[in-house]
Structures are given as structure tokens and as C-alpha cells.
Design a protein around this ligand. Structure first.
Ligand code: 3H9
Length: 697
């Protein structure tokens, strides 16, 4: 036996307790321990039943994801589940916290399942790019029917105990200490002579329209393979005897295990957690946070205030006039009404947040007690400096002064106060109560405990917080402006914006860059082009055809016309034929003969531009690690999670191949395609971005 599984006897019942913190993942030692303990229970006189329980906060959170990609170690999990189910003893699982993936599969290998009312179960493997590979796709549908199993397995959602009971996944709900509850249940079962009840012996579930479901899942997954493949495994449960179904599940599991998508999704899983774990903050305590000031109640400020209120923080919002204050209250009220509608809060909480936790004031003195204040006013340096001067005068010593600027120099803002060590950038993404990304922008003089406070706030708000240094656009917007630029170059050279958008959504992006531009408002890019015109390098290629559309007052979705035409009441837009005419005019003026682009070339150029700029950002220390870039793009820019992020994508392609393409593109446009020194260095040393992540850990 191993020390992560303990064995105790309670008369006729052997209790197998798993203690593998933090979440009882099924490492080799746990699998071996369970297998040995089953042997022992079966060999000891007088044992009639086995009870499996988990120690700490969960029953079992699944297979040990850290073992993926390493050589397999016996006993494997599918065999362990079969072995448990085949036991002549009565086997019971008592579940608390989460039972996920292989954890639920172990429970499904047991003959009976009892759970705490607060327990949650699920098969979330598709989010890791794989499928339930220890019998889950064969046993779950025998309990729930095929349709419900397909839904649960392809969404990977957590199912609360009452619903799990209704679906037949568990047999009983009972509150109390899991071991006590499990023992009582096992005793009752023994007393009533309950028979062993192997799920594998239950009838095959009825079939559904598999091909239609498969096609729908592929479409919904935007190229993600695991949900549609997992469905094929459930199909096997319906059509094949159990043993053959298990074999089919194994084949499909191994197919997915060998995909790049699996590597990308597991990279995302671990780095979503690692990103907020900064070595520099070890041992640094954040400042206390109870009340937050928000300056400006526009869409961004109202979103930030909503996020803070929903996380239990008090908010003092500053607006400039009665009308603006009313409008801000209305926006926050609208956001909270949405949370109420979605069941995130109840009516009483909703009312309290609006009437007690929120104060809207026109007087900066109202900020005298807040612990942190976030400025979300107009994006202009002079305006920001005026606000920070007022904050400097009004806020208590130790209050953190944050700017939500998306590209302005936080050092300059900090220098306009008497306390630059307390100043930081907290860059939220709109809508701020929904979007997960928070860039924590650290200026030259920001104190370590202020950085720690930025991360603590991110955690309280349920955000993925990423450390960024100061530069124009920080991590995300700086990289965005580069890959946005290459899309513009491809349009000038002959690819249509619509082909580019389609190629990139096929690659897995939530939206293409031109549909995004329409959503954000074409006037924003227009203003930036005008602002930067005077300082632009003569070799920089900047398309101006879209300015013609802006001059006519067409700014994208908000005016009904942009790259696409938007009809009221319809979702999405249809390509605007005017755009192609405007592009043709510009090509003629510039003497460009348009050429064809394949979708693959479009994606390659777009991604190479993104990776090259990202390598600059890491090389300059704006992002400390490649993983910081990956998480920024995943959580703020709609980058497909199953690629893990642009740096992971580049590692998978091979950095030498990416560099070779950048150098080749550089023969056409040497100004734009300058290989990043870090990329060249890594290729020369035969290292990857992931090597840098590991070195920084
Ligand atoms: C599977 O089961 C395959 C089988 O079907 C077939 C096999 C043949 N392994 O998230 P947290 C770590 S696939 C290893 O911060 P929370 C996590 O990295 C698996 N480590 O806490 C973190 O480490 P650190 C299917 C794991 O309370 C720490 O635990 N199961 C695993 O917010 C705390 O995690 C899943 O996909 C694991 N399985 O959430 C479940 N799980 O402290 C994945 C967690 O060093 N896990 N860790 O950063 C989760 O969804 C959440 O972690 C959970 C806890 C809900 C459990």
C-alpha cells in the first residue's frame, strides 16, 4: 500500500481513504494504493463491503494531469475502474467536493454512490483536449441515457448533486462527514442484502442522431476536436458490447492524447494558474481591500464597479454631474439586473448592492476612506493627470491609485502625483464585469505590495491577472496592433477582409480582425491613424481605404455599416461590397497588382507577426514570461484556447520554421518583418518559449 491511500476496518467494511493533496488527483501512487487496498479487502476475512472516500476538499479531481505526456505507469486507470467494479465485495463511493474526470470514473466503477448535497460531479476531459478514458463514456450513458451523457461529456460541465441524483449518476444525497455517511449507507445496503450493481452490466443506451450531433459539435467547437470525438465514444456505448466499447473509447482517447490541441489545452490549464504566481511577490503581503473608488461611470467604469460590487467590495463612484451620475447608476443597475437574471445574485442582494454598497458622488472627498481607486476617464494624458492630482489630494495615505489606461505611460501618470510608489495600471477589458483578463501594469516606482494588491484584487474579482511592464499598449494591445497591421498589409496585397476573417475564425479565433474592428468602432482606429501620422516611419504600410468609409460617417456596428453591413434584428453582418471597391482604388493608387492568398498563408502571416511582436515584448521584459503573453491573448483577445496561446503555437510549429518564415517575409517588407532578437537567440540555442517558462518558475 502507498501512504496516499490508507486502509481501515470498520467491522464488515473496509474504508479506503485517498489523501493526495490538494485535490486527490489519481497519481500512480494513488492508483497503486487503491489497487493494493482492494486486494487486501478481498483477502481479509469478514470484509463484505468497501467504502472509498477522499480526504480534504474533494473526493477525486481526476487523473493526475502532470503525468500526461510521460510514459504510462501501471496500474492504468481504466483497468483500476474495471478491477473495482469486478470485485465480489459491495463497493460504495461517498463523494464530497468535486468528483471530476477519472474521479467520477472511479465512482462509476463502484456499485453505489452517495454524495454530499454540496458535491459536484462531471467529466471535464474535453477541456483538456481529451475524453473520459477510464470507462466514463461507456458507464455514464448506461445511467443517464445517451442524450444526457453526450451533453454532460461534451460540455464538461459540473453537475450539482441534486441534478446528478435526478440523472441517476448518484443514488443518494446525505449531509454529514463523508466517511460516516458512507459507512451508514454501506451498512444499510448490506442489511438489505443489496446486490453488487456493476454499471457495465446495464443495458446499452438507446441511440440518437449521431451524425447530426457530431456535425453540430464540430461547428460549436470552432475546430476543437475533443467534444465531437467524445461523442463518438458515447456512440460506441450505444452500439457495442461494453468490452468493445471500452476498446473504442481507448482508441479515441489515444487519438486525442496525441493531438497538438491536447498540448495546447493542458498548457492553458496550468498556466492559467501559474500566471498570477509571480516569484517576485513571494512573501509580499497585499494591502487590505474593502472599498474601491471608481472615477468615471462610462461603460468601462460601470463594468469595473459592477465587478467589484459582485465580489463583495463597497464602491464609491465619482461622476461629474447629476446627469452623468444618474447615467452611471443606470449602467451599473443594468449590469446587476443581468446578474440577477442569470441567477448570480438574488433580489435582496441586488437591492443591497445598489442601495448600500454603491455610492455615487460628485465630490472627491467621498474617496477619503477607500483602499484603492481605479480611474476610468477619457484616454488623454492631460485629463488623467488632472484626475490623479485630485486623487493625490483626496485619498488617504496607502491608498492604491490605479489607472485603467489601455496604452498611456503609467510612469508619467505616477510622476504627476506625490506618491508614485502607490500608482499602478489596472487595465480591464470591456465589458469589465465579464471579461476575464486584467493587465496589472507595473511602473518604475510601483511598490511591491502595490503590485501584490493589484493581483489580490484580480483574484477577488475572479480575473486572470497578468503582470505587464509599461509601453504603448502593454502586452495585449501592443501585440494586437502588430497582427492587426499584417492583416491590413494582406488586404492591400490582395486578400479580402472577409477571406481573412473567415480564415482566422476557421483557425479558431472567436472573431476575425475586421469584424472586431466593426464591433469596437472604426472611428477608434481612424483617430489612432491620425494621431500617429506625424511620427510614422516612411516605410510603414498603412491602408487608408477604410478612412474613406469613416469620412462618410460609417463606423461599423454602431452605425450599421463598416466592413460588414448590419441589419437591425439580425445577428452578425454581411460583407459590405463598397469595401472591395475602396480597396481596389487604393491598390491602383499604390500601383499594387493584387495576388491570391491561401487561407493557410493568411493564418501563417498573421500568427508569425503575432509571435514576433510577442517575442519582442518578452525580450524587452514587458512580459516576464512567454506564458504571460499566452494568457493575455487567451483571456482578452479571443485566441483559441486549444492552441494554448501564440507562444505555445510557435513552440508546436517549431521556432526555427517560424523564424525562417519571418525572414522570408522580410524580403518583401524589411521594415515590418524584423525578426525579434529573442526569437533568433532561442533558435540559435535550440530552445523553446516553454523552456523560458520553466526557467522562470
Ligand atoms: C482525467 O481524469 C482523464 C481520465 O478520464 C482518463 C485517464 C486515463 N491533476 O484549480 P485550483 C492542481 S483528466 C493534477 O487552483 P480550485 C492545480 O494545478 C482530469 N493537478 O483549485 C492546482 O495546483 P497549484 C479531469 C491538479 O479549488 C491545485 O490542484 N479533471 C488537478 O479553484 C488546485 O487547483 C479535471 O480536468 C489534476 N487533475 O479548483 C479537473 N486538478 O496549486 C481539473 C487540480 O500548484 N481541475 N490540480 O497551482 C479543476 O477543475 C480544478 O482544479 C478543481 C479545483 C475544480 C479540482
Amino acid at each position: 500500500m502507498t501512504d496516499v491511500v490508507t486502509y481501515t476496518r470498520h467491522d464488515e467494511i473496509a474504508v479506503l481513504r485517498i489523501a493526495n493533496p490538494p485535490v486527490n488527483a489519481l497519481s500512480q501512487a494513488v492508483r497503486q494504493g487503491l489497487s493494493d487496498a482492494m486486494d487486501r479487502a478481498e483477502s481479509e476475512d469478514g470484509v463484505k463491503a468497501v467504502l472509498i472516500v477522499g480526504d480534504g476538499r474533494a473526493f477525486i479531481a481526476g487523473a493526475d494531469i502532470k503525468e500526461f505526456g510521460k510514459p504510462p505507469m501501471e496500474p492504468n486507470l481504466p483497468d483500476l475502474c474495471t478491477r473495482i467494479e469486478a470485485s465480489p465485495l459491495l463497493v460504495v463511493a461517498s463523494m464530497h467536493g468535486v468528483s471530476l474526470g477519472g474521479g467520477l470514473e472511479v465512482a462509476l466503477g463502484c456499485h453505489y454512490r452517495v454524495a454530499q448535497p454540496s458535491a459536484r460531479v462531471g467529466l471535464p476531459e474535453v477541456h483538456l483536449g481529451i475524453l473520459p478514458g477510464a470507462g466514463g463514456t461507456q458507464r455514464l450513458p448506461r445511467l443517464t441515457g445517451a442524450e444526457k451523457a453526450v451533453e454532460a461529456i461534451t460540455t464538461g460541465r459540473h453537475i450539482k448533486a441534486p441534478e446528478a441524483l435526478e440523472l441517476g449518476i448518484i443514488d443518494k444525497i446525505e449531509e454529514g462527514d463523508p466517511e460516516t455517511v458512507g459507512l451508514a449507507y454501506a451498512r444499510d445496503l448490506l442489511a438489505s442484502n443489496a446486490a453488487r450493481r456493476p454499471v457495465s452490466e446495464m443495458p446499452n443506451p438507446q441511440g440518437i442522431d449521431w451524425d447530426a450531433t457530431h456535425a453540430a459539435l464540430l461547428k460549436k467547437g470552432r475546430g476543437q476536436l475533443s467534444p465531437a470525438t467524445a461523442m463518438r465514444a458515447v456512440q460506441a456505448a450505444s452500439e457495442l458490447p461494453f468490452d468493445e466499447g471500452i476498446k473504442r473509447e481507448r482508441e479515441l482517447f489515444m487519438d486525442l492524447m496525441n493531438t497538438d490541441q491536447r498540448k495546447g489545452l493542458i498548457h492553458a490549464f496550468f498556466n492559467e494558474r501559474a500566471v498570477s504566481n509571480l516569484p517576485e511577490l513571494k512573501g509580499v503581503a497585499p494591502r487590505a481591500l474593502q472599498s474601491i473608488g471608481v472615477i468615471g461611470g462610462g461603460t468601462m467604469g460601470a463594468g469595473i464597479a459592477t465587478a467589484c460590487l459582485l465580489s463583495g467590495l463597497n464602491v464609491v463612484m465619482i461622476e461629474m454631474s447629476d446627469d452623468a451620475a444618474e447615467a452611471a447608476k443606470g449602467r451599473i443597475g443594468g449590469n446587476l439586473a443581468g446578474a440577477l437574471k442569470r441567477g448570480k445574485i438574488n433580489q435582496e442582494k441586488h437591492d443591497n448592492l445598489l442601495s448600500i454598497a454603491l455610492e455615487v458622488s460628485q465630490n472627491y472627498d467621498s474617496l477619503k476612506d477607500v483602499d484603492l481607486v481605479i480611474e476610468a476617464v477619457f484616454e488623454e494624458m492631460d485629463v488623467k493627470k488632472q484626475v490623479f492630482a485630485k486623487l493625490d489630494a483626496a485619498c488617504k495615505p496607502g491608498c492604491v491609485l490605479a489607472s485603467n489606461t489601455s496604452y498611456l505611460d503609467v510612469n508619467e501618470i505616477a510622476a504627476s502625483t506625490t506618491r508614485p510608489a502607490d500608482v499602478i495600471g489596472l487595465h480591464f477589458f470591456s465589458p469589465a464585469h465579464v471579461m476575464k483578463l486584467l493587465e496589472v501594469v507595473v511602473a518604475d516606482q510601483t511598490a511591491p505590495d502595490v503590485v501584490a494588491t493589484g493581483f489580490a484584487l484580480g483574484k477577488m474579482l475572479g480575473k486572470v491577472a497578468v503582470r505587464a511592464g509599461v509601453c504603448d499598449g502593454f502586452i495585449g494591445n501592443r501585440i494586437l496592433s502588430t497582427y492587426r497591421a499584417v492583416a491590413g498589409h494582406m488586404v492591400l496585397d490582395g486578400a479580402s477582409p472577409f477571406q481573412i476573417d473567415d480564415a482566422l475564425t476557421d483557425f479558431g479565433f472567436a472573431m476575425g480582425p475586421f469584424a472586431v474592428a466593426d464591433l469596437a468602432g472604426l472611428d477608434i482606429g481612424w483617430a489612432t491613424r491620425k494621431r500617429k501620422a506625424a511620427t510614422r516611419h516612411p516605410d510603414e504600410r498603412v491602408p487608408t481605404y477604410i478612412d474613406r468609409l469613416c469620412e462618410q460617417g460609417h463606423y461599423g456596428q454602431k452605425t450599421g455599416e463598416g466592413y460588414y453591413i448590419y441589419e437591425k434584428g439580425k445577428r452578425g453582418g454581411t460583407p459590405n461590397p463598397k469595401i472591395l471597391e475602396l480597396i481596389k482604388d487604393e491598390q491602383q493608387t499604390l500601383g499594387i497588382t493584387p495576388r491570391d492568398f491561401s487561407d493557410a498563408e493568411i493564418v501563417r502571416r498573421y500568427m508569425c507577426a503575432m509571435v514576433n511582436e510577442a517575442a519582442e515584448v518578452v525580450g524587452e521584459g514587458i512580459a516576464r514570461r512567454p506564458l504571460d503573453v499566452d494568457m493575455t491573448l487567451l483571456f482578452g483577445y479571443g485566441f483559441p484556447r486549444y492552441w494554448g496561446g501564440p507562444m505555445k503555437w510557435a513552440d508546436i510549429q517549431g521556432l526555427d520554421a517560424v523564424l525562417a518564415d519571418i525572414e522570408r517575409y522580410g524580403q518583401e517588407d524589411a521594415w515590418f518583418w524584423q525578426p525579434a532578437p529573442l526569437l533568433k537567440q532561442l533558435v540559435a540555442e535550440g530552445r523553446t518559449f516553454d523552456d523560458l517558462n520553466k526557467e522562470a518558475a
